[in-house]
Ligand binder design. Sequence first.
Ligand SMILES: [Zn+2]
Length: 243
Amino acid sequence: MLAALQSKVEVFAATARGAAPVCPQCGRPMRCQDTREVSWLARCGCLHAAVSRYRCPPCRYACRPLLDLLGVEPGRISGAPARLLALLATVAPYPLAARLAGLLLGVSISPMGIWRVAQRLGEAAAHRTDALSRYHADSRSIGAPTQTAPAAVVLGVDGACSCAVVKFWISGTRMRYDEYLRMGYGIGSGAVESAHKQVVHARFRQAGMRWSEAGARRLLALRLLLLNQDWALLDRLRMVSLA
Ligand SMILES: [Zn+2]
């Protein structure tokens, strides 16, 4: 597995060596500054590659395209190990997640380390959720074709406490309860309240927990990916650097 992965890395490295990147600020080709051996920890062991650093002297911009391409950040947890640690953080409090990381993955990491990884991936997931909401809220967006779609209730949740106010719409029109009952739709909020318990309470409302708005938003975005069976999407999202 490790050997197969290493040979894949070498194919990427050979491709990247051929092309000098263009400076994103001025558009001029960048100069190769140096090439150094970089190694990093993947899920199945240590990988390495000769990585070139490019610079644009006038703009003082530098980059290592091969590492960007591979999603590797030297000195930081990235790639598949980062996704696994974030996965633990979505289901368990940070101190417990750190202990599970030791038992399941053989990784020694502090609760703070787990928190940092979850925040960086959670920010990426939250960006995606926000972009998706903006897209669907924009009337100019092309929606999915509706001719063949099954009859469905579009559901919106307003507020995020246990007394969430739940509002329903069908095709953008306001709730008409009697009509929906006739059509056989459920109009109760029980399903939503139960989802709320599973999505939010089970992870966020445990003894002694306090949350910052940003911290909760990021972890919630990760938890939604997990519960919606979209976790694999995370492989395509770039980890966000947090100041
Ligand atoms: Zn430049």
